[in-house]
Design a protein. Structure first.
Length: 273
């Protein structure tokens, strides 16, 4: 096992359309700007969209690694700002039906990468499927992206409730996205906290907010991260603030900080469901 600690962060939200993938990409690029070696994994298996958002084409994906056709480093795609991307695939969906040999193969594949990555960002799918739960319970940190819609807050709460009551998770980071003002972001966080304080035994951390920004939409149309396309925009500045906060999150000094530990927990979680 490598002694190199890797920060594993799952970006989630419950509801679709809250901007998870844009948060994952821009956070990854900002962390890379700060000198972190970032790998971004597209774990949205049915509707993979990182490649579309970034205008990149992946010839191979995780299924080819699991089949023994190539190594993980061979499927990594160069993303913006020096980040590396693990393309989504039906192969990740096959995690659910993987046997012991494939589990070991997955752990070995990522272990090869361990010394070359500081942060592994996982862009999860929408909803509360078993695979989403598997990634969240295995990661060290979860970042919940929430917008000022009742369905977004309700779905985030439902996912937190499931993770808390069935998997013993009690600490969640919350990012308010597409807000008109800082005050609105605080109010979204307050709404969610009010419900969790009443019904769950969890601790929420406010990770800040990303403003609604027309430049973000323009960047998406250009298939570029807003932090690169419009680095002085409000959204870009907010993503840099978020990255500074995330970079300050403590790294586990136990085996939980090792990439192999994350993968071990991931495949055990999948096997148990």
């Amino acid at each position: 096992m490598s002694n190199h600690s890797v920060q594993v962060i799952a970006v989630t939200g419950g509801k679709g359309g809250v901007g998870k993938s844009n948060v994952s990409i821009n956070l990854g690029v900002c962390l890379a700007e700060m000198g972190r070696r970032v790998v971004l994994m597209d774990a949205d298996l049915g509707l993979a969209n990182l490649d579309i958002l970034l205008g990149i084409t992946a010839r191979k994906n995780l299924s080819h690694v699991l089949n023994g056709e190539c190594s993980l480093s061979e499927i990594l795609v160069d993303g913006p700002g020096g980040i590396k991307i693990v393309p989504a695939s039906s192969g990740t969906r096959e995690l659910v039906s993987m046997g012991t040999r494939e589990h070991a193969g997955l752990i070995h594949a990522f272990s090869e990468l361990s010394d070359q990555v500081d942060v592994l960002l996982i862009d999860t799918a929408a909803g509360i499927s078993e695979m989403v739960v598997s990634f969240l319970t295995a990661a060290q940190e979860s970042l919940f992206v929430v917008t000022n819609e009742p369905t977004s807050i309700t779905d985030a709460y439902a996912l937190m409730k499931l993770l808390n009551q069935q998997h013993g998770m009690y600490r969640f980071n919350v990012l308010a996205n597409m807000v008109r003002t800082q005050q609105e972001g605080r109010e979204i966080y307050a709404k969610l906290t009010k419900v969790t304080d009443r019904f769950l035994d969890v601790a929420l951390q406010f990770s800040g907010c990303i403003p609604f920004d027309e430049y973000l939409r323009k960047a998406v149309m250009r298939q570029k991260p807003v932090v690169e396309a419009y680095p002085r925009s409000k959204a870009a500045l907010a993503f840099r603030t978020l990255a500074n906060k995330v970079d300050g999150w403590p790294l586990p000094t136990t085996p939980r900080g090792h990439l192999e530990f994350f993968l071990d927990r991931l495949v055990q979680g999948v096997a148990a469901r």
